[in-house]
Ligand binder design. Structure first.
Ligand code: AMP
Length: 506
């Protein structure tokens, strides 16, 4: 084993997983106690004030829902006012509060945790498992993030690493990592589609593989489309059926709802391998006369498919748009790869087969591919021969600045290749102006109010002069990890200006 290994970490919404490459480039997943390869991405504080992470946290979740944080990845780098945060606040058992940097904090056992801190604890757990397994302290990692993560979300993951002295040497996108797991060492020339339908989100990327070069042509997705919506379709059907038969609406009964939710997900998964499954829950409620009532239904795969057609349609519409963005035709696609648990549903695979005219590849394990790809990339970073892997990625959403009246001025378009740099000139707008503030947003809407604020950059030290006489040349740099930096200088004097960044929504 190498002296100072760089591990690959798949920091997932539900589970996280790590892998490491041996000197010869072969990759192994890092086993957790009992041969399990994943650690639940859950953090909790128990009633004695002990911090619990992973399986220990998951085990006590039902008993301690207020102080058990799960699904935190969905909150990473988000503004408190965003739709995602609003939706999450309604469904999670823990308290999500506004932070002071237009972010969110989570209140656990009377202490506020930032998302950096929560992510840091999960990363630390994975690092500990890896250090024990490898019998050497792990100090460096390649960490994967969803392709749609914006600059702030990526920065949060890097900062989480800093908190625990884990150097996040590189952030790479999950679909790119899955493509690496599929394509490294095979000397391929292929265009692949990575179709990732997980628990809460959907994304798709088109990647061209030319031996060791992995070039993302386009990426897209929907952060509100995933397995949970399939569960909800089942739940909705069960509730309507029960109401039609009994006149009773169960949606306001939290205990009944929890039981229906659990069985809905289980039934959905069962129907991936069976044609029929019973849906029965005894004593779900009582009539006004005190008579116990049961749910007694039979679900077929066909019914599940009917209830969820529109969800599968939506994923295919996004696939079609991303194909257009990338200029790739369905015929030019050599492989369709599946990632994420919900892709186990047979109809998803059938619809993809029809759409592309070929069956999806079984070449990678949907749950393991991402960590393996990250480890392969980590290995390549240490490789100074010409066998190094080359990743050419894109930004998932446009990056730009706010113009007068709140309009969005695009600096980098959606799917612009990274690394990338652009320059823009501004002039002073009033006499003796010494500072220039620019608000930077990421998103695809023409009004900044609908996009995510990345930060407010203030350039100070501008030469005092009459309005319009001084120019400020601003350079925008998006690095290979999709992280933005900005600087400015005076093109007449060459003087660099001081840049400060603030992330607050004013
Ligand atoms: P992931 O985030 O990739 O772990 O995906 C989790 C989602 O996949 C959840 O919504 C699960 O209900 C769903 N899932 C897991 N196994 C199956 C299965 N066999 N059939 C259908 N959906 C599944």
């Amino acid at each position: 084993m190498q002296k100072d290994p760089i591990i690959g970490i798949d920091l997932g919404t539900t589970n996280s997983c790590a892998a490491v490459a041996a000197e010869d480039g072969s990759v192994k997943l890092i086993p957790y106690k009992g041969g399990d390869y994943t650690v639940p991405s859950i953090f909790a504080v128990d009633d004695k004030g002990n911090e619990l992470i992973g399986h220990e946290a998951k085990r006590q979740w039902q008993l301690n829902p207020r102080n058990t944080i799960y699904g935190a990845k969905r909150l990473v780098g988000r503004s408190y006012k965003s739709d995602v945060v609003e939706t999450m606040r309604k469904v999670v058992g823990y308290a999500v509060k506004p932070g002071d940097k237009d972010d969110v904090v989570i209140d656990v056992a009377h202490r506020e945790y930032s998302l950096q801190e929560v992510s840091a604890r999960i990363l630390n757990k994975i690092r500990d498992v890896a250090s024990n397994h490898l019998r050497t302290p792990v100090k460096r990692a390649v960490v994967t993030v969803p392709a749609y993560f914006n600059d702030r979300q990526r920065q949060t993951v890097k900062d989480a690493g800093k908190l625990i002295d884990l150097e996040v040497v590189r952030i790479i996108n999950e679909p790119t990592a899955a493509a690496l797991a599929y394509g490294v060492g095979k000397n391929l020339r292929e265009t692949v589609v990575i179709y990732d339908l997980g628990g809460g989100t959907f994304d798709v990327s088109i990647i061209e593989i030319r031996d060791r070069v992995f070039e993302v042509k386009a990426t897209g997705g929907d952060i509100f489309l995933g397995g949970i919506d399939f569960d909800n379709a089942v739940i909705h059907y069960v509730l309507s059926d029960f109401a039609a038969k009994t006149g009773i609406d169960l949606s306001g009964d939290p205990v009944a709802m929890q039981r229906i939710k659990d069985l809905a997900e289980r039934t959905k998964c069962d129907l991936s391998t069976r044609e029929e499954a019973p849906f029965s829950i005894p004593f779900i409620t009582m009539t006004a006369q005190g008579q116990p009532l049961n749910i007694e239904l039979k679900f077929t795969r066909r019914l599940l498919e009917e209830l969820t057609t529109s969800l599968v349609d939506r994923t295919l519409q996004i696939v079609a748009r991303v194909l257009v963005d990338s200029g790739v035709s369905t015929k030019a696609v050599d492989q369709v790869m599946l990632v994420g648990g919900q892709t186990r549903m047979p109809v998803v695979q059938q619809r993809l087969t029809r759409f592309f005219g070929k069956a999806p590849s079984k070449g990678v394990h949907p749950d393991e591919a991402v960590a393996i790809g990250a480890a392969l990339y980590a290995h390549s970073l240490e490789d100074d021969t010409n066998l190094k892997l080359q990743l050419l990625d894109v930004i998932p959403m446009a990056i730009g600045l706010e113009k007068a009246g709140g309009a969005f001025h695009t600096v980098f378009a959606r799917n612009a290749a990274i690394p990338n740099a652009k320059q823009l000139r501004a002039t002073t707008s009033f006499d003796q102006q010494t500072e220039l503030a620019v608000r930077i947003f990421q998103g695809d809407h023409e009004h900044v109010a609908h996009n995510d604020l990345l930060g407010e950059f203030t350039f100070s030290g501008i030469r005092p002069a009459p309005a319009g006489q001084v120019q400020v040349e601003i350079t925008f740099d998006v690095n290979i990890e999709g992280i933005l930096t900005m600087r400015a200088h005076d093109p007449d004097t060459g003087r660099e200006m001081k840049t400060t960044v603030r992330v607050t929504q004013s």
